[in-house]
Design a binder for this molecule. Structure first.
Ligand SMILES: NC(=O)c1ccc[n+]([C@@H]2O[C@H](COP(=O)([O-])OP(=O)(O)OC[C@H]3O[C@@H](n4cnc5c(N)ncnc54)[C@H](OP(=O)(O)O)[C@@H]3O)[C@@H](O)[C@H]2O)c1
Length: 298
């Protein structure tokens, strides 16, 4: 099997930071430090950021934790993203939402993320969303420079179609494609995205593995009712909770998916770690697939 160009490796589950700060739990530095420490103790060492999270504030929250605990940096991997220009108070110059993967923007965004995160390197930089105006030759030059400077240790993309991925991968090696994958978002199983990762020996990262929390909501639609009904006997069979079953369903795929967890609760990270041990039967996998689609397999 092919292998990634980059030696950087991630923990089998990745902690998403999107909901830890202003866009969610609004953790204090002390609360965030306790959460990060708990994750590290569980062996979950990879943290997924983006410049825009918390309207450009969550990297700073995390940086404060690293400033207080500089010895943690070498024990973790930091992923961050660039390329979305978000309209918010912190960026008054952004007239409308747009994408920018120009070399100038990539370089400026990385320098800013390094400062906010209080670190001198990023383990994996991702282009957050495909920029229709991206120029692979220019991106290659910017990425090469950042790699040579030691500011980034690997490079990848997020939300790229297979064609967009191939087009960029020809100019600059990509380490991953971070995409939405869950029982509620199954496109990557069918459109070749996961197959492409396997072909290149790359591990995809799955964002919103719990459907952004929709699978646990009180007010649920027919699809989620079907999923919960199909899951009920499996929770008994595998002696697990619904969140663990949902992760086991992703982990069963041979693409070696790396789920990016969105929880802000340490006990749920702990529970997710236990899900790594569940070996889901093939038929149970399809049972959940059918519940999600509402159709029998062809
Ligand atoms: N590349 C991209 O374009 C992109 C887009 C979106 C997200 N992401 C990344 O992916 C990460 C995860 O996304 P996500 O937050 O949507 O993931 P998610 O894990 O699908 O959803 C997280 C939400 O579900 C809730 N939840 C999780 N387990 C639960 C349980 N057992 N019972 C009840 N509620 C539960 C969490 O609440 P609690 O905090 O209370 O547990 C949280 O509100 C983000 O942090 C970010 O790093 C990337």
């Amino acid at each position: 099997m092919a292998e990634s160009y980059y030696p950087v490796q991630f923990s089998p589950l990745i902690i998403g930071t999107m909901r830890l700060g202003k866009w969610g739990a609004q953790m204090t530095t002390e609360q965030l430090a306790a959460f990060v420490e708990g994750c590290l103790e569980l062996g979950i060492t990879s943290f997924d950021h983006a410049d825009i999270y918390g309207d450009y504030t969550t990297e700073t929250d995390f940086g404060k934790v690293l400033e207080a605990h500089p010895d943690w940096r070498s024990k973790m991997q930091i992923i961050t993203k660039c390329g979305i220009c978000r309209v918010c108070e912190n960026r008054p110059d952004h007239r409308i939402k747009s994408y920018d993967s120009s070399p100038e923007h990539i370089e400026a965004s990385v320098n800013n993320s390094l400062e906010q995160l209080a670190t001198n390197y990023i383990d994996c930089l991702l282009i957050h969303r495909p920029d229709f105006l991206m120029n692979p030759i220019e991106i290659e030059k910017a990425v090469q420079k950042l790699l040579e400077q030691g500011k980034i240790r690997s490079f990848g993309v997020s939300n790229f179609t297979t064609h967009q991925f191939d087009n960029l991968h020809k100019s600059v090696p990509l380490h991953t494609n971070q995409i939405e994958v869950s029982l509620l978002c199954r496109t990557a199983f069918e459109d070749g995205t996961l197959d492409q990762c396997m072909e290149y020996g790359l591990r995809p990262m799955a964002w919103s593995p719990m459907g952004g929390g929709k699978l646990f909501a009180e007010d649920i639609d027919a699809q989620i009712q079907r999923i919960r009904k199909a899951a009920a006997p499996m929770l008994v069979k595998y002696e697990c909770e619904l969140d663990q079953l949902l992760l086991a369903w992703l982990l069963r795929h041979p693409a070696r998916i790396l789920p990016v967890l969105g929880t802000s609760k340490l006990e749920r990270v702990q529970s997710a770690v236990q899900a790594l041990e569940i070996q889901l039967d093939r038929v149970d996998w399809y049972d959940l697939w059918q519940a999600a689609t509402g159709e029998t397999i062809a």
